[in-house]
Design a protein around this ligand. Structure first.
Ligand code: CIZ
Ligand code: SF4
Length: 303
């Protein structure tokens, strides 16, 4: 089936099913182009809660679809490929978190949105890469913080907020593929380009950048900046969004190896199949959903 036929079939079925398609900024271009909304994981879930559609097709990784299921309990949330997990989110289990909390009973747990619903339910407050510094600053200075699961974002926030935290040893394998030497080489080749990287990158990469921003922050920065060229240190799917939104500017990937295989599991064919068969439905048990919602809601009240 050609892409054109696939697209027409998806558009028709989307209407019949009363569905909305959400695509994360790291999805392949064709998937982003067919989506009703593109954005970061939290922005997409909030967008979903505002639409009246009965079905949410979440093109992203599993924790993102879970976040939509937590925020929109009255809709059916489906993910085109149920194997699209996030290795970083899976680097901490509920049992490990409970053990850690026992060792530091007074500490507050700040969990990055890249975490499972069950881990969110065991945490005090959620954060995204766009609001992590604000969330951490909202906790009184004399209180200890356990930051999970991303040690790189944790280290970045710890430096920005000027306080030490207990960091879980998780990381994003895709962002860690971007090396400091890549930034040095790219800067030499493109001396006029502004370097923007994601705080999930290693600290030595972040140190060489002009800006360290979330994906939504990168989109805003690129839109508002007078610069014409940018070196982008994040998952390469974002280049599609940036180029589409700023056709007169140039975007270079810091490393072409920053390609998340999990994000790339969703394809046009799988979107069509998921709408045909209403698979794979993502549900969160109600007791976990309520607790995880509370963790997310505390963040939303702050920002
Ligand atoms: O929250 C998201 O969508 C992620 C994983 C990254 C970002 O910076 O937007
Ligand atoms: Fe997880 Fe990294 Fe892939 Fe995002 S890019 S889904 S954090 S592995």
């Amino acid at each position: 089936m050609s892409d054109e036929v696939l697209i027409q079939k998806i558009i028709k079925l989307k209407k019949d099913r009363d569905a909305v398609i959400l695509a994360h900024n790291y999805q392949i271009g064709e998937v982003q182009d067919i989506a009703d909304f593109t954005g970061d994981s939290l922005g997409l879930s909030i967008e979903a809660s505002r639409t009246k559609a009965k079905v949410i097709v979440f093109c992203g990784v599993y924790f993102m679809a879970e976040t939509a299921a937590i925020i929109c309990p009255d809709r059916a949330v489906i993910i085109p490929d149920e194997n699209a997990g996030c290795p970083m989110a899976n680097m901490i289990t509920v049992r490990q978190l409970r053990e850690t909390k026992k060792r530091y009973p007074e500490a507050k747990v700040v969990c990055y949105v890249n975490s499972t619903a069950a881990v969110k339910a065991e945490s005090d407050i959620c954060c995204t890469s766009a609001n992590a510094v604000k969330v951490v600053n909202s906790i009184p200075k004399d209180e200890q913080i356990i930051f999970i699961p991303d040690k790189s974002l944790g280290d970045f926030v710890s430096k920005k907020a000027g306080r030490s935290m207990i960091l879980w040893e998780g990381y994003c394998p895709t962002h860690h593929r971007i090396l400091a030497q890549d930034i040095i080489n790219m800067k030499k080749e493109n001396p006029n380009a502004v370097v923007i990287v994601h705080p999930e990158c290693n600290a030595d990469v972040v140190e060489l950048a002009d800006q360290a921003l979330s994906t939504s922050g990168m989109c805003k920065f690129a839109r508002e900046s007078d610069a014409k060229e940018f070196i982008i240190g994040t998952e390469i799917g974002l280049l599609h969004t940036l180029q589409k939104e700023n056709p007169d500017k140039k975007f270079y990937p810091a490393s072409r190896l920053a390609d998340c295989p999990n994000m790339k599991l969703n394809t046009l064919e799988k979107i069509l199949w998921s709408l045909e068969d209403m698979v794979y439905e993502v549900t969160v048990p109600e007791d976990i959903r309520v607790k995880a919602w509370d963790t997310i809601d505390k963040m939303l009240n702050l920002v």
